[in-house]
Design a protein around this ligand. Structure first.
Ligand code: PML
Length: 246
């Protein structure tokens, strides 16, 4: 069967590269028979976005030549911290189990809280050098095994959590944290109204944390890698290796 990567990005005020404001994005990996449906869904997603109206929309469809890898869905763990302080304490405790120090975690909180510029992708931080090795990194070429996706939706419906943001973040985190060299991920939404975020790793699973940031703030993602020298193989995995989450 042939697989296709479909990616959408929409912006206002021109393309992202020319300073346009990010409105919406989406990602999927589908067989040929699903392309038409997904194009329509991406069109609707971009056109009905809470962040406003786009004047730049790009949808890319690319045939995949590489072997598609099966990647396990990260288990979802739900936490209910009452405040931002509690959420960050919990995140620090969880990430500490992956060997990330309090100082390294605080630096990552700082990056998300006060981004030095308008960043849409993730920061990749090396734990051996404590340096940001790349910024604006986007994971791409991933999608759902449809049986797993239906089971996930049933589970989320039972938990009263049916939420596209969650399923999209979970698919991305599952690809990212299956990457050899990536130790863990931290994310809270760049949508000022959406205060839930997560920490994830192959050991921790997807640990969902409401109240991770105060309302009104931006956000983003940090991927921690073990060693700076792994950056090229990590980027290759994130950008090029097609993964089906199952
Ligand atoms: C969730 O679990 O509700 C998703 C949290 C991260 C959202 C990231 C985003 O959509 O910006």
């Amino acid at each position: 069967m042939n697989w296709y990567s479909i990616r959408m990005r929409a912006a206002a005020g021109g393309p992202h590269e020319k300073g346009g404001r990010h409105i919406s994005g989406a990602e999927d990996l589908v067989p040929e028979t699903e392309i038409e449906d997904r194009l329509f869904y991406f069109w609707q997603k971009a056109s009905n976005h809470e962040k406003g109206k786009w004047d730049f929309l790009q949808i890319t469809v690319e045939k995949i030549d590489e072997r598609v890898q099966e990647v396990s869905l990260l288990p979802v763990k739900l936490f209910y911290p009452a405040t931002t302080v509690d959420a960050r304490k919990l995140a620090t405790e969880l990430l500490g189990r992956n060997g990330i120090t309090q100082r390294q975690i605080n630096s990552a909180f700082q990056l998300l809280e006060n981004p030095p510029q308008d960043i849409r992708g993730a920061w990749v931080v090396a734990l051996d050098s404590n340096r940001v090795v790349r910024e604006n990194v986007r994971a791409t070429k991933f999608g759902w095994n449809q049986t797993t996706y239906q089971q996930l939706r049933e589970m989320l419906t039972c938990a009263g959590l049916i939420n596209t943001r969650l399923s999209e973040a979970l698919a991305l985190a599952s690809k990212v944290n299956a990457c050899p060299g990536i130790v863990a991920e931290l994310c809270w939404s760049d949508n000022p109204e959406y205060t839930t975020g997560y920490v994830a790793s192959s050991r921790l699973g997807y640990c969902r944390l409401p109240n991770f940031k105060p309302i009104g703030k931006g956000g983003g993602r940090v991927f921690w890698i073990e060693k700076e020298e792994q950056i090229e193989s990590v980027l290759h995995w994130l950008r090029e290796v097609p993964c089906l989450i199952g």
